[in-house]
Design a protein around this ligand. Structure first.
Ligand SMILES: NC(=O)c1ccc[n+]([C@@H]2O[C@H](COP(=O)([O-])OP(=O)(O)OC[C@H]3O[C@@H](n4cnc5c(N)ncnc54)[C@H](O)[C@@H]3O)[C@@H](O)[C@H]2O)c1
Length: 316
C-alpha cells in the first residue's frame, strides 16, 4: 500500500516525500509542475526521490478526475496527503480564478476519486482561513472565520467540501491548518526566502505593516512530524492547527537574516498592509498536542540558521 501525495514536488511535499522514503514507505507523487514559481526548482526538489524504487511520479493536474481515477485503479493507495494548491494570499487577490480552480475544483475532483476508492485523506489547509478573526490565538472551533484573500476563502471552501464528503460518504478526513512553514526548499515567494535573496543581492525589501506584522513561523521538520503522526492515526473528521504557537515580528526575522549574512538589509517600510495580508497569525496547538502528540521543537533562531545554511549551499 502506498501513500499518495498531491503537490509532492513543492516545498512541503518534497520534504515529506524524502522523510517517508527514509522510513521505507512507498510513495506516489502527483504534481503538474505549474509555473507559479520555476518548475525547474520542483524538478530539483524531487530529483533524489526519482532514483528510488519505492517512489512513483505522475505528472498531471488534480482537476483531471478521469486521469486521477486511472491512477487509483492501477495503484494501491492507502492514504492521500493533499498538498497540491495555488498558494500565496497576496497573489490570489490579483488572480482569484486560478485559486478557486485548483484549490476548490481540484480538491473536489480528488475527493470524488477518494470516495470511489474509500481512501482516507489528510488535507493541508492554512492559517489563512482565520483571516482577521478577533479571537487570538486561533482555535480550530472558532465560529467567526474571516478570510481576507481568495486563497484563504478557497482553502475554507475546500475544508467545507471535505466535511461534506466525510458526512455523505464516510471517508475519514483530517484537515491540518499549516502556519507559515519555513526551512530548506521554502517557496521563493515566501518572506524568509525572498528577504534572504534580496539581502544577499543588495536589493531593497519592502516591509508592510511597519515591520510589526507577526507570523507564526513553523519549521518544516516540526510540520512533517505532525503530518507523519497523522498518517498512522485513526480519525473520522478532525481539524487541527499545526503551528509553532509563537508569533514573530517581521523586523526580528530581518535582524536574524542580517546577522547570518553579516550584512545590513535595505528596508523600505510601509504602514499599510496590502490586500490579502493579516496583522498576525497565531496557532493554538492544544488540540495538536493531544491528538498528534505534536510539540514543535525548532526555535526561530535555530530554524533560520538551518535555512541560511541550505540557502548558501543551494544558491551562493
Ligand atoms: N508553505 C506554507 O507556509 C503553507 C502554509 C499554509 C498552508 N500550506 C499549504 O500546504 C500545501 C503545500 O504548500 P507549499 O508551500 O509546499 O506549496 P508549493 O507551491 O511549493 O507546492 C504545491 C505544489 O502543488 C502543485 N500543483 C499546483 N496546482 C496543481 C494542480 N492543479 N495539479 C497538480 N499539482 C498542482 C505545484 O506544482 C506545487 O509543486 C499547499 O496546499 C498550501 O496551501 C502551506
Amino acid at each position: 500500500m502506498a501513500i499518495l501525495i498531491t503537490g509532492g514536488a513543492g516545498f512541503v511535499g518534497s520534504n515529506l516525500i524524502d522523510k517517508l522514503l527514509l522510513q521505507k514507505r512507498a510513495v506516489i507523487c502527483i504534481d503538474n509542475f505549474d509555473d507559479f514559481y520555476a518548475p525547474k526548482i520542483k524538478e530539483h526538489n524531487i530529483s533524489s526521490a526519482l532514483s528510488r524504487k519505492d517512489f512513483k511520479l505522475y505528472r498531471g493536474d488534480i482537476r483531471e478526475k478521469r486521469w486521477l481515477s486511472e491512477i487509483f485503479k492501477s495503484e494501491k493507495v492507502e492514504t492521500v496527503i493533499h498538498l497540491a494548491a495555488k498558494t500565496n494570499p497576496r497573489r490570489s487577490v490579483k488572480e482569484p480564478e486560478s485559486y478557486i480552480s485548483t484549490n476548490v475544483w481540484g480538491t473536489t475532483s480528488l475527493l470524488e476519486v477518494c470516495k470511489d476508492y474509500s481512501v482516507k485523506v489528510i488535507f493541508a489547509s492554512s492559517s489563512s482561513v482565520y483571516g482577521n478573526t478577533l479571537s487570538i490565538p486561533f482555535k480550530e472551533d472558532d465560529p467567526s472565520l474571516k478570510p481576507v484573500s481568495p486563497y484563504g476563502a478557497s482553502k475554507l471552501a475546500a475544508e467545507v467540501l471535505c466535511q461534506t464528503y466525510n458526512k455523505i460518504y464516510a471517508i475519514p478526513i483530517l484537515i491540518l491548518r499549516l502556519f507559515s512553514v519555513y526551512g530548506p526548499r521554502q517557496r521563493p515567494d515566501m518572506a524568509i526566502h525572498k528577504f534572504t535573496k534580496y539581502i544577499t543581492e543588495g536589493r531593497e525589501i519592502t516591509v508592510y505593516g511597519s515591520g510589526k506584522a507577526e507570523r507564526d513561523h513553523t519549521y518544516i521538520d516540526d510540520i512533517l512530524k505532525g503530518i507523519i503522526r497523522a498518517i498512522d492515526k485513526k480519525f473520522n473528521f478532525e481539524i487541527i492547527n499545526l503551528g509553532d504557537s509563537n508569533p514573530i515580528e517581521l523586523d526580528y526575522i530581518i535582524t536574524l537574516l542580517e546577522e547570518s549574512f553579516n550584512k545590513r538589509a535595505k528596508v523600505k517600510k510601509q504602514k499599510r498592509l496590502p490586500k490579502g495580508d493579516v496583522k498576525i497569525t497565531y496557532a493554538d496547538i492544544e488540540k495538536a498536542k493531544k491528538f498528534l502528540d505534536y510539540s514543535p521543537e525548532v526555535k526561530i533562531e535555530e530554524g533560520i540558521k538551518r535555512f541560511v545554511d541550505w540557502y548558501k549551499k543551494a544558491h551562493l
